[in-house]
Design a protein. Structure first.
Length: 183
């Protein structure tokens, strides 16, 4: 299906990336981890940081949903999420927690500069983001919801947040990719 314009693994690794990283804080489900890898590939993200007891590749249950994205998206493991956050802050990233907390702002009201390096933390499917990690975050974002549950599966939340974070910069990223491809 050449009309899809798919990149090879080496083309993906060499491509200009969105300056966004995902941090998974003690996520339990291998299927969720695989789905986040696949979404990170789709949005050309910098990296994924797997923390605590979050499952890591290689594992067939991760690969089942990642569909090869564990081979394209850069990832790194940290024993604690706090270590990952500190590492990314040292690289110039701002840290945004996707969590329903007192200081959170609705996703559609959050804005960032297109060139701002942003790491987005997603927490455990039941307990959310660890309170010690929340203390290290610069921003708190929540996805507005009107139903009874007020929670989303992490893979769904990741897709929603990444679309909102990248949609305003689509032209900028496309130009950046075009310049990168011609250099």
């Amino acid at each position: 299906m050449p009309e899809l314009n798919r990149k090879s693994v080496s083309e993906f690794k060499g491509a200009a990336k969105n300056p966004i990283a995902i941090i998974l804080d003690n996520v339990r489900s291998m299927h969720n981890v695989g789905s986040v890898f696949r979404t990170a590939d789709a949005f050309l993200l910098d990296a994924i940081y797997l923390c605590g007891y979050t499952p890591r590749p290689p594992h067939r249950d991760i690969h089942k949903t990642a569909l090869g994205a564990t081979e394209t998206v850069h990832w790194q493991y940290f024993h604690t999420t706090s270590e990952a956050v500190e590492n990314l802050k040292n690289q110039g990233y701002h840290i945004a927690a996707v969590e329903q907390v007192e200081k959170s702002i609705p996703l559609h009201e959050f804005s960032r500069r297109e060139d701002e390096k942003l790491a987005i933390v997603f927490g455990n499917e039941v307990t959310g983001i660890d309170s010690e990690v929340l203390k290290l975050c610069d921003y708190f974002i929540e996805i507005p919801q009107w139903g009874m549950k007020h929670s989303l599966n992490i893979s769904v939340a990741t897709g929603i947040v990444l679309w909102e974070m990248t949609k305003s910069g689509l032209n900028h990223l496309e130009q950046k990719i075009e310049r990168h491809n011609h250099s």
